[in-house]
Design a protein around this ligand. Structure first.
Ligand code: NAD
Ligand code: UGA
Length: 423
């Protein structure tokens, strides 16, 4: 078992740290935010992620997992150092590499000779070289090991991945890194760094394309009187297509698809290739937010000015507390820009949010509303008392942007109902 350092204790870093400790390694995890480190050291997990608090507490109890605010403390004496810091979208749409470069130049002088630095953050092609330069160490290897976990099922995805991708110049170094994950029994793809970095962006871009494609098919279904649920059932049964990532919705969002699709457009552009397909996918996604807003406007009688709109669900998808680039928030701010007063509810959100009146329960969000918009597919929304909801609203109308609710039942209660792509 190895001594591993994890730099960055966010969705990816914390999951990696807790899971590697669970697999038997001795893990030190550092983060730039002292408050986060203090909480984690007491076993308090600052994000909503199934199974993560249990793994963190197990790791702390066993002594295999520890947290600190110093990257140098984490990296000193480690055989493997994982970089799990943010790579947000920079002003030009290119990935901002400054967090990676800062962390690498900080730890460089303190690394053991022959240790291995593993780039787990999502980074543009050629970043392995950038990390090498920032480390300033010729005796340390740098490999790419992109992460494919989804928020909400991060622990499961990490421990049961479809594949583990390792990009290294030297295959023997890749095999050493693969050894860390031996107990997951996942299929291994060992390749060069540029291919590994491209696999990550290509995977996210393809998944985003699939969702945009089904959103476009949903729009077509509305135009021709077809039912997207039936269409998806028929399409998804073809194993060459597959049933996953074919759920129509308000558009894709989150901390990765938007920044990664844009970064890939820029990577292509910088290399002289015009990725027009992916640009179209991004444009379609913008249109999808607007389609939800237009539906709300229609159901509110043609204008949102001065109207109350209830918005259920604010996170970018269910089973996470992550609000980054949330389609629901985007829809909320577009509704507000049209003059609506937006009363919102989300099971994971307590505090105030700019431009939104965040209410403590879903019923309070519906008081006086002309239309209710379901923006996130929280399961609990299905089981609410819709008779009560209808009684609270100015008029019972719902835009179900996740096709979560039962249209016939709602119509029986007098609701006007619009889903996405339904006949
Ligand atoms: P995050 O924002 O949740 O966490 C990053 C953490 O790094 C934060 O806690 C921050 O305080 C810390 N940090 C920043 N600079 C630091 C430094 N110099 N030293 C130590 N800590 C530092 O980010 P995330 O969602 O975990 O994403 C990290 C990377 O992984 C990104 O490149 C992202 O694209 C990629 N990724 C994310 C996911 C996901 O589902 N969130 C999945 C796969 C890949
Ligand atoms: C995504 C990828 O699925 C992960 O493999 C990847 O590691 C991660 O990005 C990353 O690089 O950070 P995540 O952002 O957690 O994971 O969320 P997804 O489950 O992929 O959903 C992304 C967006 O697409 C959400 O807004 C979701 O609601 C939407 N979506 C997804 C749909 O609208 N329909 C679908 O059928 C699937």
């Amino acid at each position: 078992m190895a001594r591993v350092a994890i730099i960055g204790a966010g969705y990816v870093g914390l999951t990696t740290a807790a899971c590697l400790a669970h697999l038997g390694h001795e893990v030190r995890c550092s983060d730039a935010e002292p408050e986060r480190v203090e909480k984690l050291s007491k076993g308090q997990v600052p994000i909503v992620e199934d199974g993560l608090p249990e793994l963190v507490r197990d790791g702390l109890r066993s002594g295999r997992l520890s947290f600190g605010a110093s990257n140098v403390w984490a990296a000193e004496g480690a055989g493997f150092v994982f970089l799990c810091v943010p790579t947000p979208q920079g002003p030009s749409g290119r990935a901002d590499m400054s967090y990676i470069e800062d962390a690498a130049s900080e730890i460089g002088p303190h690394l053991l000779p022959e240790s291995i630095v593993v780039n787990k953050s999502t980074v543009p092609v050629g970043s392995t070289k950038v990390v090498e330069r920032s480390l300033g160490r010729s005796d340390v290897d740098v490999v790419s090991n992109p992460e494919f976990l989804r928020e909400g099922s991060a622990v499961h995805d990490f421990l049961h991945p479809d594949r583990i991708v390792i990009g290294a110049e030297d295959e023997s170094v890749a095999i050493k890194v693969a050894g860390l994950f031996l107990r997951t029994s996942a299929p291994l793809v060992v390749t060069d760094p540029a291919s590994a970095e491209t696999i990550k962006y290509a995977s996210n871009a393809f998944l985003a394309t699939k969702v945009s494609f089904v959103n476009a098919i949903a729009a077509l279904c509305e135009a021709v009187g077809a039912d997207v649920r039936q269409v998806v059932l028929g399409m998804g049964s073809d194993h060459r297509i597959g049933a996953e990532f074919l759920r129509p919705g308000p558009g894709w969002g989150g901390s990765c698809f938007p920044k990664d699709t844009m970064a890939l457009v820029r990577i292509a552009e910088d290399a002289g290739y015009d990725f027009s397909l992916l640009k179209g996918v991004i444009d379609l996604n913008e249109e999808q937010y607007q389609r939800v807003v237009s539906k709300a406007e229609r159901l509110a009688g043609g204008s949102l000015s001065g109207r109350v709109v209830a918005l259920w669900g604010l996170t970018f998808k269910a089973r996470t507390d992550d609000l980054r680039a949330s389609p629901s928030l985007e829809v909320g701010s577009r509704l507000a820009a049209k003059g609506a007063k937006v009363q919102a509810y989300d099971p994971t959100v307590n505090g105030p949010l700019p431009g939104l009146d965040v209410r403590a329960d879903p019923y309070a969000a519906c008081e006086g509303a002309s239309v209710l918009v379901v923006g996130t597919e929280w399961d609990e929304f299905r089981w609410l008392d819709f008779e009560k909801v209808a009684g609270l609203m100015e008029r019972p109308a719902v835009v179900d942007a996740r096709n979560l609710l039962e249209p016939a039942a709602l119509r029986r209660l007098g609701f006007s109902y619009e889903g996405i792509g339904l006949a």
